[in-house]
Design a protein around this ligand. Structure first.
Ligand code: ATP
Ligand code: MG
Length: 420
């Protein structure tokens, strides 16, 4: 071990388990790619003000969890804690919304940073795959995103998860509800910090995990009872589309989520095998965000799924992904001449698309065969001086142990046949 360790709240992805992370990212991305979403990549840091405005001054993400810093040049930056604000910033900056081709549908995959108390499923560096559909208000778009996230999880074999759904209203009805909720909350026995929260972001109090708080919330006014007609109709349409698609969900009138910018549809995917870090993904509609960061009105909807917690969910359900072995063929040369010739064959096989590796470092036969087995390869290509003199190599099936001599210039074809 070196003197250094990964920083607190972080961990390294290393083989072989790192392959599962890649496969999870791929499984989440596949339905998006297949549904008109284009790939976007933005910087790992942004102007701190983007998050302060776009995520919200009163959220835990901005007040407590952000890695904010000043550069040597005096810029105030922050490592990105989430992907929506950056994605929208980039779309506006590139004028993607002006092509007359709305919605702008984008997906991303990357690292995010939050200064949190590390525990299982909660890290300071974690990874998300996200999707945003920008510039259109259409319940079918909200439904599409929920259906695609559901499809991703199902394609991984996950089944022990639930979809929680709510509507947070819009700028018509939410203020009325907010005031009613504040009235109710001000009459409760709450600590100083929670009292402050009532004034800045009262909906978040509903999300308080403490039993002493939850007990007092019985009888609190529910947003559901305050939704305006437009929001009610919109929400009903989202629900109907999900039902028609065969996607089961639970209405959760208390679901508010941590970000300030959500309006109308909000949802969360929770996995029941994960204990307290049960949210594997979430999202919703954010009709006001574009204006909050200085853009035009662009009603939008999106989600982000946590890759780390999705991997934990796979473990919780005992699912091992059926990943193709990294290596199909392993070449074992015996002697200098064989090294030269087999190395050429390795390059040829790779060009032909066959995953191939080579026994480097002049290992003896026994050690080299051990490496071949460890690599997961189906076939070994073994050659010594005598084989080469006859223009042959030995093709060994590593499962059955069966060995056949193959002409040097037929290796690629024979390997392909054996792997088919
Ligand atoms: P939580 O309520 O658990 O803090 P969140 O509401 O802060 O989650 P979002 O901002 O909606 O989470 O992010 C979407 C997803 O990203 C989460 O559902 C989760 O899977 C993942 N995620 C968020 N924060 C972390 C973290 N610190 N470590 C690992 N995964 C995270
Ligand atoms: Mg959080």
């Amino acid at each position: 071990m070196s003197t250094f360790q990964a920083p607190k709240g972080t961990y390294d992805l290393i083989p072989p388990s790192s392959a599962t992370y890649l496969a999870v990212r791929e499984a989440i991305a596949a339905p998006l790619r297949n549904s008109g979403y284009g790939y976007i990549e933005t910087p790992g840091f942004e102007n701190v003000e983007l998050f302060a405005r776009g995520v919200g001054e009163s959220t835990d993400i901005v007040t407590k969890e952000m890695y904010a810093f000043e550069t040597k040049g005096g810029d105030q930056l922050a490592l990105r804690p989430e992907g929506t604000a950056s994605t929208l910033r980039a779309a506006l900056e590139a004028n993607l919304h002006k092509g007359g081709n709305l919605p702008v549908k984008l997906w991303y995959s990357g690292s995010y940073y939050r200064y949190e108390r590390p525990q299982k499923g909660r890290y300071r560096h974690f990874s998300q795959v996200g999707a945003e559909a920008i510039g259109v208000e259409d319940p079918a778009l909200d439904a599409e995103l929920i259906i695609l996230a559901n499809q991703s999880y199902r394609s991984l074999g996950l089944s022990d998860f639930r979809i929680l759904l709510n509507s947070l209203g819009d700028k018509e009805c939410r203020p009325v509800y907010r005031a009613a909720l504040q009235d109710f909350l001000r009459g409760l026995e709450l600590d100083e910090e929670t009292r402050r929260r009532i004034e800045i972001n009262p909906l978040r109090v509903l999300d308080d995990k403490r039993e002493s708080v939850q007990e007092q919330l019985i009888g609190a006014p529910m947003l559901r009872d305050y939704l305006c007609e437009a929001c009610k109709t919109y929400h009903e349409q989202v629900r109907e589309l999900l039902t028609a698609a065969g996607v089961a969900f639970e209405d959760d009138p208390k679901l508010v989520r941590g970000l300030d910018y959500y309006t109308r549809t909000t949802f969360e995917f929770v996995h029941d095998g994960l204990g307290s870090q049960s949210a594997v993904g979430g999202g919703g509609r954010y009709d006001g965000l574009s204006e909050m960061i200085g853009g035009p009105a662009l009603p939008s909807v999106g989600w982000a799924l946590g890759v780390d917690r999705t991997v934990l969910a796979l473990e919780a359900e005992g699912i091992t992904l059926d990943l193709p072995a990294a290596t199909s063929v392993y070449a074992v040369p015996l002697g200098e001449e064989a090294r030269r010739v087999l190395f050429g064959k390795v390059t040829e096989l790779r060009l032909a698309g066959v995953a191939t590796d080579f026994a480097y470092g002049g290992k003896g036969l026994k050690n080299a065969m051990k490496s071949a087995n460890r690599s997961g390869a189906r076939l070994a290509l073994v050659a010594g001086e005598r084989d080469l003199a006859e223009g042959l190599v030995q093709l060994k099936d590593l499962q059955s142990g069966e060995q056949t001599a193959v002409a040097l210039d037929a290796v690629v074809d024979e390997v392909r046949r054996a792997l088919a």
